[in-house]
Write a protein that binds this ligand. Structure first.
Ligand code: G3H
Ligand code: 13P
Ligand code: ZN
Length: 319
């Protein structure tokens, strides 16, 4: 099956009350882990590539690896640019094999965001490529001005923003955050076992947005859950991750049943892969064949993405 855009995927996800996993890819093992999980469960997939991934692995290598995944799985797969920040970057991906792009103009003024997003939409739609826009700013890597604070999406802006540039989906900020340290401990509470609990997502904002643009697909970035067993394993085998905290999976499960049709997960894959590689190398210090530590890491990734598709996104058997 050729690459698909997100249009049909999101229509079915909205109606079916589930979300599609948008997983970041940087190399062959990650692509294989994700697509093998999708294949086993019959889950539609969005494989997304950041500017950093293109720089690391080379655009052509990533496109060709995804083409191989299409041949091997026969699943509906969209190849998506994650956090495109300029028209030129989006155009390059549209011209060179992507079926979907994000133009992230959320750091600009409202009017500049609309203008930039519109320019990308006009170009992308000529080539049947879908476009994700963003309103509101997440804390973490996305907020270069003040990385500790997010700016929630203003529901009163979404109708205009969706209509003017004509985007196909909208990323919003309701309290999720990029990376493995989503909240400083001071912003969290602790449960009876002393485990940090992050501040509750602003489901009220999500509901208000749903009311204003019914039927429109919403995207959540920064949706890793930062499993504490993976953090502990990294630290046990020589790592030093401190105060790592994510979004509880049950909150994301709730979001996936709403207008949220795409949930972005990157950090959880990074943690799982690093934990697996550290474990193998610590247990087998004589090992120097990369296949012997990348192979088990790929198996761990497959299990992680199966878990996400079943228990977080609800996308199993929806391909
Ligand atoms: O939202 C950002 C993604 O996790 C991609 O991260 O720019 O380090 O590839 P990256
Ligand atoms: P995480 O860092 O929470 O995995 O978020 C990834 C993301 O939003 C990619 O765009
Ligand atoms: Zn993101």
């Amino acid at each position: 099956m050729p690459l698909v855009t997100t249009t049909e995927m999101f229509r079915k996800a909205y109606e079916g009350g589930y979300a599609i996993g948008a997983f970041n890819v940087n190399n062959m093992e990650i692509i294989q882990g994700i697509t093998e999980a999708g294949k086993e469960l019959n889950s539609p997939l969005i494989l997304q590539v950041s500017a950093g991934a293109r720089k690391y692995a080379n655009h052509t290598y990533l496109v060709k690896l995804v083409e191989a995944a299409l041949l091997e799985t026969d699943l509906p797969i969209a190849l998506h640019l994650d956090h495109g920040d300029t028209f030129e970057l989006c155009k390059d991906c549209i011209d060179n094999g992507f079926s979907s792009v994000m133009i992230d103009g959320s750091h600009h003024s409202y009017d500049d965001n609309v203008a930039l997003t519109k320019k990308v939409v006009e170009y992308a739609h000529k080539y049947d490529v879908s476009v994700e826009g963003e309103l509101g700013v997440l804390a973490g890597v996305e907020d270069e001005v003040s990385s500790e604070h997010s700016h929630y999406t203003k529901p009163e802006e979404v109708e205009d923003f969706v209509k003017k540039p004509g985007v196909d989906s909208l990323a919003i900020s309701i309290g999720t955050s990029h990376g493995a340290n989503k909240f400083p401990p001071a912003q969290c509470t602790r449960n009876a076992d002393g485990i940090l609990i992050p501040p509750m997502l602003r489901f009220d904002i999500l509901e208000e947005i749903e009311k204003r643009i019914p039927g429109f697909p919403i995207v959540l970035h920064g949706s890793s859950s930062v499993p504490q067993d993976q953090v502990a394993m990294i630290n046990k085998y020589g790592g030093s991750l401190k105060d790592a905290i994510g979004i509880p999976e049950e909150w994301l499960r709730k979001a996936a049943k709403s207008a949220v049709c795409k949930i972005n997960i990157d950090s959880d894959g990074r943690l799982a892969m690093t934990a697996a590689i550290r474990k193998t190398l610590a247990e087998k210090p004589g090992e120097f064949d990369p296949r012997k530590y990348l192979g088990p890491a790929r198996d761990v990734l497959k299990e992680l993405y199966k878990h996400k598709n079943i228990n977080v996104l609800g996308s199993a058997n929806q391909a």
